[in-house]
Design a binder for this molecule. Sequence first.
Ligand code: DWN
Ligand code: SAH
Length: 413
Amino acid sequence: MTDASPADRPTTTCRACGRTVVGFLDLGRQPLSDHFLTGAETAGEYFFHLSVGACQGCTMVQLMAEVPRERMFREDYPYYSSGSSVMQKHFTDTARELLDGEATGPDPFVVEIGCNDGVLLRTVHEAGVRHLGFEPSGKVADVARSKGLRVRGDFFEEGTAREIRASDGPADVIFAANTICHIPYLDSIFGGVDALLGEDGVFVFEDPYLGDILAKTSFDQIYDEHFFLFSARAVQTLAARFGFELVDVRRLPVHGGEVRYTIARAGRRAPSSRVAELIAEEEVTGVATMARLERFAADVRAVREDLVALLTRLKADGKRVVGYGATAKSATVTNFCGIGPELVSWVTDTTPAKQGRLTPGTHIPVRPAGELTADYALLFAWNHADEIMAKEQAFRRAGGKWILYVPRVHVRD
Ligand code: DWN
Ligand code: SAH
């Protein structure tokens, strides 16, 4: 792939501020990252063009094209948040923190956007605190309901938020994990937050952090669902545009590096020093400058070359390589690198909804987790490396080796 000259780069309109977004990385033709297919479905598979750019006004990094939300978040959306024990603990701890620090009034009300299978709200419910989850994906929402949680099966947006304000009153906390970065229609989100949040309430959300993505070359965080790659500076500008203020940031180790943003109505809370510190750090590393982003794009192409070269060599040597974790992220890696079943025999995954199906675009079979019999396992779920390697020690003892591509392609034996 050759670099386009600046004048040739694609542009679009920023979904955060309306100014011009200039593309810096083209990841090509890509499928829906969470659409695991039956054999019969491969013929009519949906594809879109995945490329990413940065706003020349507010610096927000974002996709250059949108996939309609109903194609992604459907009845059979197959990601279940409780599939990782580390994430279960993370969300139990997060819920306790919100309950202790924010939901302290006489009858507090906690709302979650994208509550999925109830991994966080469960703790809120057990504490006897009034709650509501918004979750448009049918089956995962049903799992949350089976835990006794109150879930509205709709997209959170201004209209649905206003209805809840009218029926339930103001929220003390509106929380979202790995969901706000999925939502291009930010005007409607902030309109909804404005309608539903109490005067002294907080809007707290955590998402993959651009600074970590650049530092680790984790380009697999870019896929249809991840519309925005947030930085503190861009989120601060965004919040201000809607009459809110970024009052705290916290770096988190989960999912390869995230930031939790706390937003309040402008002037209601004194911002912590962490906000200015993180933004200053972003200035030093040049997080959203075109020069840094173009360097990232070059790093991404180098990872592709190294990974394909390694897998091709292993195949020539007669080694069996399997994938570990049929992640949404792996759609970007396999489709961008052209990795199909000839290089990776199958992918193992604990999620029943993915098993017996084929990976999006590249059609690698997904098999249930069982005995890991392979020479090499390509760790697509690298963000859960500690949890997975701890339970797969027999694989290593039997001579199996892990292949990782974050932060660069390497083999761990
Ligand atoms: O933002 C998103 C994040 C939170 O979840 C969504 N857009 C979609 C999804 O992304 P992902 O699929 O890349 O997430 P994970 O958490 O990296 O997916 C892990 C996959 O690996 C799941 O399919 C479960 C599986 N797994 C496994 O087979 N054995 C996970 C663990 C921990 C395991 O031990
Ligand atoms: N919060 C969970 C789930 C993240 S996956 C976690 O961190 O693990 C993203 C979730 O957001 C999906 O379950 C999807 O159905 C949901 N979602 C997407 N757009 C939404 C919207 N506008 N309102 C509410 N939920 C939404």
